[in-house]
Design a protein. Structure first.
Length: 462
């Protein structure tokens, strides 16, 4: 019996006893409720295809204990579905796994951690060379990337999981789009993984494909900012001790995932070989590989990688005064810093309008260091609700001016003008120190009185 395992190092969690429905509703636990997979710190999920029989796939979370030598592996079955699937991917945008039915170019599934699933239909791209798909990964934009099931190919495809067709005979179906340009070489990628640190897809050349002299090389596919086009494609160096020919070893790494293990700012790639079921580590900078341990005793595997980033985000907020009078202007400086070690994408910065202050009385600008990005252009009014990305060591600084209205009600909030800012990382980022993710400034607003009897100005910080 042919068995394929899809390995996921994902932790399944229920928050507050509620179940998240695939259509975005939170409910008590009705029949068919969907419970999303939740990323752990070291992760992928693995599928066991054709297990327990030739018509089912079992999903498992596997854990590696790196404190032992060699690493020990534990298999944690999660759920079973009545389909044989391939091209398995975890979607960090909604927490579900997507997988194509084996030998189908149009039928794919959306699967939750309870084994509930929706059968979805894709519309094949007429330019597609493959009749089915074998490698898959997702980014945070709801894009499902695919590699064809042919021996070799120079195309990558994607499906926008948030945009099914709405009209015509294909309404409700999902278009499969061929990415442009094509790769600069023919390749055979059994599995692919998206790296959030540099918006790049990686895989290992091989998997039965005859790419003479290239098998075992790491393939690197850089994406545009919107994820819709390929900006470059290349191979890293051949691993030391290999020749790149099919006769070396079976480089069918059908289960690969990224882990930010401190080896570099872009992490490294781990893969489970279909040949000897060993876990290998690949450098994403040099292409060199290291054998880690024996993995699972199955004849094939597929993986749904769980992208994971860890960074300490720091936020500070200060003003130029020790107190405020009605009619006076305060100048605040908000600094958001990434203390590392990983890059942070799509972080929400929220600085609400304080009680008693009209939004038109607030103006702000934003400045960045290095390659950090912000959505703020020029001078804006009102609350800050920005989306930023920044690498370790980079900052985004907001200059905020606030005018206290002359008719400000001194009794508002006990006479304190409280101005708070928060940094909210996206779901791919785990912050080990949440205590510095927000800050506030509180100024006592006093009525103007004679200088001979000045009201005390009080400035309070977090």
């Amino acid at each position: 019996m042919n068995k394929i395992k899809v390995f996921l190092l994902l932790t399944v969690m229920i928050t507050g006893g509620q179940y998240f429905d695939v259509f975005g509703q939170t409910q008590g636990q009705p029949t068919g409720a969907k419970l999303s997979f939740v990323c752990s710190t070291f992760g992928m999920v693995v599928t066991h295809n054709a297990y327990p029989d030739a018509t089912h796939t079992t999903f498992s979370r596997i854990t590696f204990n790196s404190a032992t030598s060699p690493w020990t592996v534990v298999d944690h079955p999660i759920c079973t579905i009545p389909y044989i699937v391939n091209a398995t991917a975890y979607n960090p945008a909604d927490g579900f796994i997507y997988a194509f039915v084996v030998s189908s170019s149009t039928q794919f599934l959306r699967i939750d951690s309870l084994g509930n699933f929706d059968v979805l239909t894709a519309v094949a791209d007429p330019d597609a060379q493959g009749s089915a798909y074998k490698g898959a990964c997702c980014n945070t934009n709801n894009f499902l990337y695919l590699t064809a099931n042919g021996a070799t190919d120079n195309q990558i495809f994607y499906i926008d999981l948030s945009a099914p067709l709405t009209t015509g005979t294909n309404a409700g179906k999902y278009p499969i789009i061929t990415m442009t340009p094509n790769l600069s070489f023919q390749t055979g990628l059994p599995d692919i993984v998206w790296n959030p640190a540099n918006n790049t897809i990686y895989g290992v050349e091989g998997g039965g494909a005859t790419v003479n002299g290239q098998n075992g090389k790491v393939v690197k596919i850089a994406l545009s900012a919107d994820g819709k086009t390929i900006t470059s494609s290349s191979r890293l160096a051949l691993p030391t001790g290999t020749t790149g020919n099919d006769t070396d070893a079976n480089y069918s790494f059908a289960g690969v995932y990224i882990n930010f293990d401190g080896s570099s700012n872009i992490g490294s790639m781990y893969g489970i070989s279909n040949n000897d079921f060993s876990l290998w580590n690949y450098s994403l900078e040099t292409g060199q590989r290291t054998h880690i341990t024996k993995a699972m005793a199955v004849t094939a595997n597929d993986a749904a990688s769980c992208p994971y980033l860890q960074s300490d985000i720091s936020v500070t907020k200060r003003d130029s005064l020790i107190g405020l009078w009605p009619g006076e202007k305060a100048h605040y400086t908000v600094v958001v810093s990434n203390l590392g070690p990983a890059i942070v994408y799509n972080m929400n910065i929220v600085d609400s309008v304080p009680a008693g202050i009209p939004p038109t009385n607030i103006t702000y600008t934003a400045a960045v260091t290095g390659g950090a990005t912000t959505m703020v252009v020029g001078q804006q009014n009102g609350a800050i609700n920005d989306i930023i990305s920044l690498s370790p060591g980079e900052t985004v600084t907001y200059r905020v001016d606030l005018i206290v209205p002359s008719n400000y009600d001194k009794s508002t909030n006990g006479g304190l003008l409280v101005n708070k800012v928060r940094a909210i990382p996206d779901k791919l980022t785990v912050d080990p120190n949440l205590l510095n993710n927000s800050d506030y400034d509180a100024d006592r607003v006093a009525l103007p009185i004679l200088p001979v009897n000045p009201d005390v100005r009080i400035d309070i910080h977090k």
